[in-house]
Design a binder for this molecule. Structure first.
Ligand SMILES: C[S@@+](CC[C@H](N)C(=O)[O-])C[C@H]1O[C@@H](n2cnc3c(N)ncnc32)[C@H](O)[C@@H]1O
Length: 299
């Protein structure tokens, strides 16, 4: 079978499930992933023959796509903030909204650095809570100079993937296995330090919002990363805010990705926990998706 015939096979087999545009973009992504061929090369040489091994790889992918498996899990990687991250069923697929959160932190951090005289003595310490694939922590390490970064998750399997991603992207991150909801009275010593920034994209989708979600997310992405109880949807924000109150430096910052439907409730919670200068930002789709708050001294 050649590339042109493969394209027809994709369209014939997947038309009932995906719109044509999406089938074609998946086809070109898989061609690039499996054959390292760019779209323009396929246009120039559509009659390149596939090896038996590659053909079975594509047929297997079609079977997985019929089960609505996300393309990122089929390829085993995705791009986030311009860097490549391994992904699998143990980690959430990084979302474009989360890139905006990373960019917010970087732009704040960079303007702060340019206001400082002595940058060497001022490495910003950052903790990413619920790191998953490590996309936030690793992108911050790549994009923000002069930072030292820790990243925490309750999932051992997610941390294994995050560690691989740190290695692939050549950054040094201190990874911590910890449940942020049930912190022990005596904390892990690696957590006992003051951070300048705490960032988190915690689970925030209420069970009642499942109806709005697509099948490929519901059936494939880890529910541990996504869902919270309808009755206590801000649990993670509450626990992280309490932890941050103790573990942020004075004037330290907390950055959250938030549930768009609970933006004002989340801001109120942060205010009640003693944070100030609370700012909510919208993502590119116009949804209230990010929040920043400052830790002022209680004195
Ligand atoms: C929404 S995902 C975010 C993943 C990644 N930071 C991102 O932005 O793509 C939430 C993460 O929180 C982790 N998590 C869930 N419950 C947790 C807990 N009790 N303590 C620490 N991490 C938890 C999940 O394993 C998951 O990796």
């Amino acid at each position: 079978m050649n590339l042109l015939q493969l394209k027809s096979l994709f369209i014939d087999e997947l038309t009932d499930i995906y719109p044509k545009d999406e089938i074609l973009s998946i086809y070109y992504l898989l061609i690039e992933g499996f054959l390292q061929l760019q779209k323009k090369e396929v246009f120039l040489e559509p009659t390149i023959e596939l090896s038996t091994q590659h053909l079975s790889q594509f047929k297997n992918s079609i079977a997985l796509l019929k089960q609505e498996k996300p393309i990122q899990y089929i390829l085993g990687n995705t791009e986030f903030c311009g860097f490549i991250f391994k992904v699998n069923e143990n980690v959430l697929i990084p979302r474009p909204e989360t890139e905006e959160l990373v960019n917010w932190i970087c732009s704040d951090r960079i303007s702060e650095i340019s206001n400082q005289k002595d940058t060497d003595s001022s490495r910003t310490s950052i903790l990413d809570i619920g790191t998953g694939s490590g996309c936030i922590a690793i992108s911050l390490a790549k994009k923000c100079p002069n930072t030292k970064i820790s990243a925490l998750d309750v999932s051992k399997n997610a941390l294994t993937t995050a560690k691989e991603n740190a290695k692939v992207n050549d950054v040094d991150i201190n990874f911590i296995e910890q449940d942020i909801v049930n912190l022990p009275r005596k904390l892990n010593t690696t957590l006992l330090k003051k951070y300048d920034i705490i960032v988190s994209n915690p689970p925030y989708v209420r069970e009642l919002e499942k109806e709005e979600m697509q099948n490929n997310v519901l059936q494939n992405e880890p529910h541990l990363a996504l869902f919270v109880d309808n009755d206590n949807p801000l649990l993670f924000y509450e626990k992280i805010a309490e932890f941050a109150k103790e573990n942020l430096t004075e004037n330290g910052l907390i950055y959250f990705e938030i549930n768009q439907y609970l933006a004002s409730e989340t801001a109120l919670l942060l205010e009640q926990k003693g944070f100030e200068m609370i700012e909510i930002r919208e993502d590119i789709y116009g949804n209230k998706r990010m929040l920043k708050a400052t830790n002022k001294s209680n004195l």
